[in-house]
Ligand binder design. Structure first.
Ligand code: FES
Length: 138
């Protein structure tokens, strides 16, 4: 299978590998697994007081395309608001890395990881209106 240069670059020199300290402020952590292959991706965002994502890190236990996809999205989310980060689609990742069709689910994993990280950030920072049942009287 022929992989694009961009994919190989992110795979061989992944950006932003690692994780933040537990006590860091403004963290959101997403941990997702791909049912298709069992690969797992952990992605963290660090959000500043102004709501802008300052930094992101990932750890991926998976294939090269998943590693490249997560490396790419940690670069993409920096400088975005959390809501802008939610707009990132797996199709953009797949296009940027020229993923072959059998590897599309690897980019879906990266999109899901961002969504999970943002959801975690929002739930920790009182923005999760959907799951918050408290109306102030509890
Ligand atoms: Fe499953 Fe790539 S083969 S994430």
């Amino acid at each position: 299978m022929a992989y694009s240069e961009k994919l190989l670059d992110h795979y061989e020199n992944p950006r932003n590998v690692g994780s933040f300290g537990k006590d860091d402020e403004g963290l959101g952590t997403g941990m997702v697994g791909a049912p298709a292959c069992g690969d797992v991706m952990k992605l963290q965002i660090k959000v500043g007081k102004d709501g802008i994502i300052e930094d992101a890190k990932f750890k991926t236990y998976g294939c090269g395309s998943a590693i490249a996809s997560s490396s790419l999205v940690t670069e993409w989310v920096k400088g975005k608001t959390v809501d802008q980060a939610l707009q990132i689609k797996n199709t953009q990742i797949a296009e940027e890395l020229a993923l072959p069709p059998v590897k599309i689910h690897c980019s879906i994993l990266a999109e899901d990881a961002i969504k999970a990280a943002v959801a975690d950030y929002k739930s920790k920072h009182g923005e999760n209106v959907e799951t918050s049942a408290c109306t102030g009287s509890c």
